[in-house]
Design a binder for this molecule. Structure first.
Ligand code: GDP
Ligand code: IMO
Ligand code: MG
Length: 420
């Protein structure tokens, strides 16, 4: 039996969708435990490309997708995603925690209004209402999936919450837009629509564990977007690191057997905030174009830079990563020189731990080690069929992080995967 967690070690978009799909073949349950439809996980199977935002990637291979309590769900998006998969011949098997918080229309309005107010200081959110929804959860003004199953109950919650939200919207100059009856009607319908999936998912996972079933947890975003350990305030609003998995699914932390850290062979970031190894030159353009680095959710071009091992080390420490999966190695093909950040210079000192202060992250200067590049490679079947320079690059990463390299991805397809 195995219980594995897949975690993004950078700023998201490391290729978690591909790797979760790959490992799903051995799992019975695939569980999202944080985030919402700010995520965009891509799975490519021959000519078919699936972009999943809230449904766990394991449903593509027929596994049971669980949306744990730590997630936030936009019911409209979930409904569309179920519909779109069904149309394509995949009827997703789903279980949704009755404790999941729902993204409400005012969350999306507030996300947009707050970003507009912040202007050049904006976070660059996906404007999907994620931050306002998590804020309401913490301030105990949220609506949970279980609430929409009971019209009377939902009506009372809305009576309590909507006046506050209306006032908040007015602060941003948005007047008279929340229609209680409309929201009530819409969300009661969502309740009916999702009734068959809504349950105590923590009990199902507990029973599955006791019965010796394999469970795979699918992290969203990446460690540097974690609300506590990322580049705050330029983060998302959830706990991205492996600890978030226990809280966000009700699954005891000591039941986990492996934490797989997904490391893109270089770095990307969408949205605002500091990025020490960001490139503005031809190498950056190469990564952007060859890696086709555009946001899966918003379509925004992703900022690109060299691999930053200070960042990945931070992730390894925080999540107790036991295995590394390096993705998008092929994107580095044909670069003459490749750099890797192995430390920072900050105020005349060399540091190896990621700073907590955003000002320090903006000021620090990366210290690089430079590698020779390599030419294109054909589909390699083993690690040793990779060009020598690529092997050296990967071995350096493994030695630096002191974590076993267990997978290398050389393309988006399932067969472009080397197990080591
Ligand atoms: P996620 O959010 O971590 O699941 O990553 P995204 O799906 O947002 O972005 C990763 C992109 O890279 C997707 O378009 C994948 O199909 C693609 N991808 C994944 N692994 C590889 C790889 O090894 N090489 C290449 N060239 N593309 C990959
Ligand atoms: P996956 O799971 C990359 C970023 C946004 C923004 C910040 C806050 O596909 O890796 P939010 O809407 O969450 O309040 O935005 O977080 N962000 C992501 N960046 N990949 C993601 O998910 C992201 N989810 C959120 O761009 O900078
Ligand atoms: Mg993504």
């Amino acid at each position: 039996m195995s219980v594995q967690v897949v975690i993004g070690t950078q700023w998201g978009d490391e290729g978690k969708g591909k790797i979760v799909d790959y490992f799903s073949k051995n799992a019975e349950y695939v569980v999202r435990f944080q985030g919402g439809n700010n995520a965009g996980h891509t799975i490519k199977i021959e000519d078919e490309v699936y972009k999943l935002h809230i449904i766990p990637s394991g449903v593509i291979s027929g596994k049971i997708g669980v949306i744990g309590n730590g997630c936030v769900v936009d019911p409209m998006v979930l409904s569309e995603e179920i519909k779109s998969l069904t149309t394509r011949g995949i009827v997703p098997k789903l279980l949704i925690s009755n404790r999941v918080h729902l993204i409400m229309p005012y969350h999306k309005l507030l996300d947009g209004a707050e970003e507009h107010y912040l202007a050049d200081k904006k976070i660059g959110t996906t404007k999907r209402g994620i931050g306002p929804c998590y804020s309401d959860k913490i301030s105990r003004n949220g609506i949970r999936m279980g609430d929409v199953l009971h019209k009377e109950h939902l009506s009372k919650r809305l009576d309590q919450i909507l006046p506050i939200k209306q006032k908040m919207l007015e602060v941003y100059g948005l007047h008279d837009i929340l229609d209680k009856e409309e929201i009530l009607k819409q969300y009661v319908l969502f309740g009916r629509r999702f009734k068959e999936y809504i349950t105590d998912t923590h009990l199902i996972l507990y029973e599955a564990y006791k019965a010796g079933k394999n469970i795979l947890f699918e992290g969203a975003q990446g460690t540097m977007l974690d609300v506590d350990y990322g580049t705050y305030p330029y983060t998302t609003s959830s706990h991205v690191i492996a600890g978030g998995c226990a809280i966000g699914s009700g699954f005891p932390p000591w039941y986990l057997s492996d934490v797989i850290g997904i490391v893109k062979a270089y770095t990307t970031r969408v949205g605002e905030g500091p990025f020490p190894t960001e490139l503005f030159d031809d190498s950056g353009k190469h990564l952007q174009q060859k890696g086709f680095e555009y946001g899966t959710t918003t379509g925004r071009p992703r900022r690109c830079g060299w691999l930053d091992l200070v960042v990945v080390k931070h992730a390894c420490i925080l999540s107790g990563i036991t295995k590394l999966a390096v993705t998008k190695l092929d994107v580095l093909n044909n670069l003459k020189k490749i750099k890797v950040c192995i430390g920072y210079k900050l105020n005349g000192h060399t540091i190896s731990a990621f700073p907590s202060s955003i000002d320090d992250v903006y000021t620090c200067q990366p210290i690089y080690k430079t590698f020779d590049g390599w030419k294109n490679f054909e589909l390699p079947k083993t690690f040793y069929e990779l060009p020598q320079q690529a092997q050296e690059y990967l071995q350096f990463i493994e030695n630096f992080l002191q974590v076993k390299l267990s997978l290398v991805s050389t393309g988006p397809e399932r067969n472009e995967t080397l197990m080591i």
